[in-house]
Write a protein that binds this ligand. Sequence first.
Ligand SMILES: [Zn+2]
Ligand SMILES: [Zn+2]
Length: 351
Amino acid sequence: MRIWRVAVVLWLLVAAPLAAQTFPEDAADFYVNDYADLLTDAQAEEIAIVLDELFQSRDIEFTVLTIPRMADYGHTGSIESFATALFNTWGIGDADRNDGLLLLVSHFDRELRIEVGAGYGDALNAPMKRVIDNKIIPYFRLDDYAAGIRIGVDEVIYEVTDRYPGEYDNSGAAQLWANFKRFLVNLGWWLLAPFAALIHFGIKIYRRYQRNKPRTCPNDGNRMRRYLEEMEDDSLSPGQLVEERLESVDYDVWYCDRCEHLTIEAYRNWFSRYGACRECGFRTVEGDSRTIRSATYSSTGLRETDYNCHHCNAHYTVKTTIPKKTRSSSSSSSGGRGGGRSSGGGASGSW
Ligand SMILES: [Zn+2]
Ligand SMILES: [Zn+2]
């Protein structure tokens, strides 16, 4: 009996430290740490670019980690407890907003988890489960880890920001259109194509009718006529002509035979990338924005947009400040991370 007790004490002294939980080192990369070697360098780089774009444009820290197996780090429990503890050890995401995201793949355990920061509450649990089951696991079952991770990353970003990578700066109309197209593709575009074509056609005919129906002169009630495109030019201002050439605005000129009254009607192209110029007011300005300096914990960042006007040749630069990142002083973090915490939100899956 006594010997048995001694053995237990000895076992606790020796075995417990051996089984102590460790975590993968947060060293290699801010965005992608591929310890299980599931990605080629090019694939990892491609994913890192997407994650960097998210960080630069939305200030959301999202990191991907692959490991061979959790046992390598002395972990014997669930992937949920491993992911939560790892998330908090690394301190992923902003410490005030707690908006970090982690995609963890444990290769030989055949388990994965998307762990989300405490700031999301439970809101993302169901969407993350759908992403795992519908988007990632089908690829993992085919051993196509790179595709599963890449598509999973895109889908997580969409759930969190309502935007897919590369679409953060879309105009409102362009974004609606992109979403609508994706919606149709997901449903099976070929099924809906005839209906979509019909609706599109109907809207077009209605618009054309509205645009072409005869106008009445406000002076004398005479029926007005519309100039042909070539005839419009004399009636339009130089700025309006540039808008027509850039296809940002289309103009119709209606005239009255009797009193020479002119009505100019503008049809704005909602998909145009040209905006209104600060100097001349026409929709002839093109912007090109870039991050000059990313925000850090000690200083604000700077974004610059260069505007060039195709009408008045105005060049101006608008600087916008990217707010300083904040981190609570008590948080432990490494690798330049924000010190964010997770309270166990997210979803898991296995394949
Ligand atoms: Zn008239
Ligand atoms: Zn201008």
